[in-house]
Design a binder for this molecule. Structure first.
Ligand code: NAG
Length: 473
């Protein structure tokens, strides 16, 4: 009897362990990534935003799409990875110049002189790759706008495009056809708020209308009338007297988007303008692939489904409008990488929706890279791709096992990145670690949008904290 029962027990245990071993990854510190999720796809998988945002949150939710993906505008040509990274570096250089204080108010942006700025073909912006649809005016006109946590002013191209409008997907907004539009006058105290939100002193037209000017990098800017208008986020979320830029001279590659929504922390940002209504809380989820959709939501607790892990919003070395976070370390494959605590405290860090690839202090990047390479030895290497120097030829695989990468934030918050937030695929023969190093150890680190994919990111600006949740979309 005894031998039989122990044999049964053995058989049972064997079966049990055998079957569970088949489901659970043998190494909890590695992730399986499907190659198809890293590469561009031709079809748009639009899912219901309503379904994603259910769960009793009282908030206004907008669908987020990748502007170069198949859910975006099929007419606008997607840049190559190398072009995209040149744009991304221009944005990063611009952010770094703001932090290092050598950012100057640019007089050439005055409307009278603005035509001197060449609009290079292929000139770029890097003001973010994700867009939402909102409506402006009475009656409502729909506009697709890039959303950007790294800037404050919301603007759209406006008729009559006195100097220049680039071509956009939606009809250009025409203030003369709206019953709720009005200009801000130069003497209004609101006009003088522009300087902190745009980095430029306001101008004044002959008819005493307040003029804004904002630039985002080498080649891109918008100049026009600072105005008030009714903004409709959803049919039930209508904001009257919303301050925005009515752009009469707009250049740079904003793709086919009609303009930009500024989600920064300055007084003129949409977050502060709607503080009464939404309590200075917004959240988004950036989709896993460029062919799926995410959301941008205003208000609510940001609670959603899963539990959120928070880290405080910091001042990011004094550049107040950016969302600073305190990174204290990183893990690769479950093991903290060897970098001294001062590396991240010297650089400081921000989280940005518009920067594509995360930038790390040079020492942090080299430690990350060597730890990651040790976990990838079974995969053949590939040439570097612009700013990405750790690439693999994965053309023989449909899925790969890679080391997990985690950010460690002040307060003990650990953030595990999704596989699509660790690798960037240009093609199956060139899939790269999606991080880059800054040149200067004192340049601010930036958590970019690739790393934020699939996460619910909640900006509780009033509460001074940012929350992260998994599987947000
Ligand atoms: C806004 O100001 C501009 C320039 O001063 C002017 O051309 C335009 O007619 C004004 N619009 C309204 C609605 O007052």
């Amino acid at each position: 009897m005894a031998p039989l029962s122990s044999m049964l027990l053995f058989a049972f245990c064997f079966f049990f362990f055998h079957s569970s071993a088949g489901k659970v990854s043998p190494d909890a510190h590695r992730l399986t990534v499907e190659l198809a999720d890293l590469l561009p796809s031709a079809a748009c998988n639009r899912r219901s935003v309503q379904a994603q945002i259910s769960g009793g949150r009282t908030q206004s939710s907008l669908e987020v799409i990748h502007r170069h993906g198949p859910c975006g505008d099929g007419n606008s040509k997607a840049p190559t990875a190398a072009e995209l990274f040149v744009q991304d570096q221009a944005r990063v250089d611009f952010i770094h110049s703001k932090f290092s204080g050598d950012f100057k108010s640019i007089d050439r942006l005055r409307p009278s002189k603005a035509t001197k700025i060449p609009a290079k073909s292929g000139a770029t912006i890097g003001s973010g790759n994700y867009i939402v649809n909102v409506a402006l005016g009475t009656p409502k006109k729909y506009l697709s706008l890039i959303f950007d946590t790294g800037s404050d002013l919301t603007w759209t191209q406006c008729a009559p495009c006195a100097r220049y409008c680039y071509s956009q997907k939606d009809p250009v907004f025409a203030p003369s056809q709206s019953t709720t539009y009005s200009n801000i006058t130069c003497s209004s105290p609101i006009c003088s708020q522009l300087e902190s939100g745009t980095g430029n002193q306001p101008g004044c037209s002959a008819a005493k209308s307040c003029i804004y000017g904002i630039q985002y990098g080498d080649q891109s800017f918008s100049v026009g009338y600072f105005a008030k208008e009714t903004l409709t986020l959803t049919p039930t979320d209508v904001i009257s007297n919303f301050l925005f830029g009515c752009g009469q001279n707009n250049r740079g590659l904003f793709g086919s988007a009609a303009g930009l929504i500024g989600l920064g922390q300055d007084k003129i940002s949409i977050v502060k303008q709607t503080a009464q209504k939404y309590g200075q809380i917004f959240s988004y989820c950036l989709p896993k692939t460029s062919s799926s959709t995410g959301y941008l939501a205003f208000g609510g607790s940001g609670g959603g489904g899963g539990a959120l892990k928070y880290t405080p919003i910091t001042k990011a070395h004094g550049v107040a409008n950016f969302y600073g976070v305190d990174i204290v370390g990183m893990k690769v494959g479950g093991i903290q990488i060897p970098i001294s605590a001062s590396v991240f405290s010297t650089s400081g860090a921000i989280i940005d929706s518009g920067t594509v690839i995360t930038r790390l202090p040079p020492d942090a990047y080299s430690a990350l890279k060597s730890a990651f390479q040790k976990g990838m030895t079974k995969y053949p290497k590939a040439p570097e791709l612009s700013i990405l120097d750790t690439c693999y030829d994965l053309s023989k695989y449909t899925s790969v096992e890679i080391p997990k990468v985690d950010f460690l934030f002040k307060g003990g918050t650990v953030l595990e990145l999704d596989g699509t937030g660790i690798l960037y695929g240009a093609s199956t023969t060139q899939v790269c670690l999606a991080f880059a190093g800054n040149l200067d150890p004192s340049s601010v680190a930036i958590i970019g949008n690739v790393q934020q994919k699939t996460m619910q990111v909640v900006y509780d600006v009033g509460g001074g904290k940012i929350g992260f949740g998994y599987n947000g979309c």
